[in-house]
Write a protein that binds this ligand. Structure first.
Ligand code: 13P
Length: 248
């Protein structure tokens, strides 16, 4: 991995007016930045994000994608539709979708497959809950979650991005220590190495209360290639400070 990747996940936040300022500020702040930067916005705002970012360095992503190609699936958005709007990334298997929408490992693997087939890079989220960490199950949980995606996507696996997001660190202000995050990232990298000759090409992002104060130390870890940022991606100054931390 030569180039760091910083991705914002706005989750279900924003409005046309507020987005306009945020998108312009982020886009303007990316001049001369060496890393890749993307924002995953709510689906209704994809067109707005695409318009503001066009010609700039900002890439656009979605927060989910349907496991189905097309048809009678009310409320779903297909990978091909996302592609129509210039979407480059789609988050799949975020813990909020696993938790509130009962997404299974198999669903997540299929969604990753749909994204890849449409030329969209899936950002596959894995991570353990606090109870699982305390029970010593962190490794087995993340390995099981990633294994499903590897199994379904085989030779395309070097095209994905993986985000390690410990559930207990999301939106809580509790961040994994750099050592805790690196330990899991190294495990994921070795799991990927068994599936592809080029595991170093796969960006491994850390997510969970990443902010301007802790970003540099997390991003300095050997196997942390970038970040998936929730709350801090809603403020241009904070998000750009994290982007700037990739240069340290
Ligand atoms: P926070 O940065 O708000 O903890 O959210 C992380 C996350 O879930 C990104 O997908």
């Amino acid at each position: 991995m030569t180039r760091k990747l910083i991705v914002g996940n706005w989750k279900m936040n924003g409005s046309l007016a507020a987005n306009q300022d945020l998108l312009h500020a982020v886009n303007a702040g990316l001049a001369g930045v060496a890393c890749q930067v993307a924002l995953c916005v709510p689906a209704p705002y994809l067109a707005q994000a695409q318009m503001v970012s066009s010609g700039g360095g900002l890439l656009i992503g979605a927060q989910d994608v349907s496991a189905h190609a097309e048809g009678a699936f009310t409320g779903e958005v297909s990978a091909a539709m996302l592609r129509d709007f210039g979407v480059r990334f789609a988050i799949v298997g975020h813990s909020e979708r696993r938790q509130y929408h009962a997404e299974t490992d198999t669903d997540v693997a299929t969604k990753a497959q749909r994204a890849l087939a449409a030329g969209i890079t899936p950002i596959v989220c894995v991570g353990e809950t606090l109870a699982q960490r305390e029970a010593g199950q962190t490794h087995s949980v993340v390995k099981r979650q990633l294994a499903a995606v590897i199994h379904t996507n085989g030779h395309c696996i070097s095209e994905i991005v993986v985000a390690y997001e410990p559930v207990w660190a999301i939106g809580t202000g509790k961040t994994a220590t750099p050592a805790q995050a690196q330990e899991v990232h190294a495990l994921l990298r070795s799991q990927l190495a068994a599936a592809t000759d080029h595991p170093e090409r796969i960006a491994l992002l850390y997510g969970g209360s990443m902010n301007p104060a802790n970003a540099a130390s997390l991003l300095a870890q050997t196997d942390i290639d970038g970040g998936l940022i929730g709350g801090a991606s809603l403020k241009a100054v904070d998000f750009l400070a994290i982007v700037a931390a990739t240069a340290h």
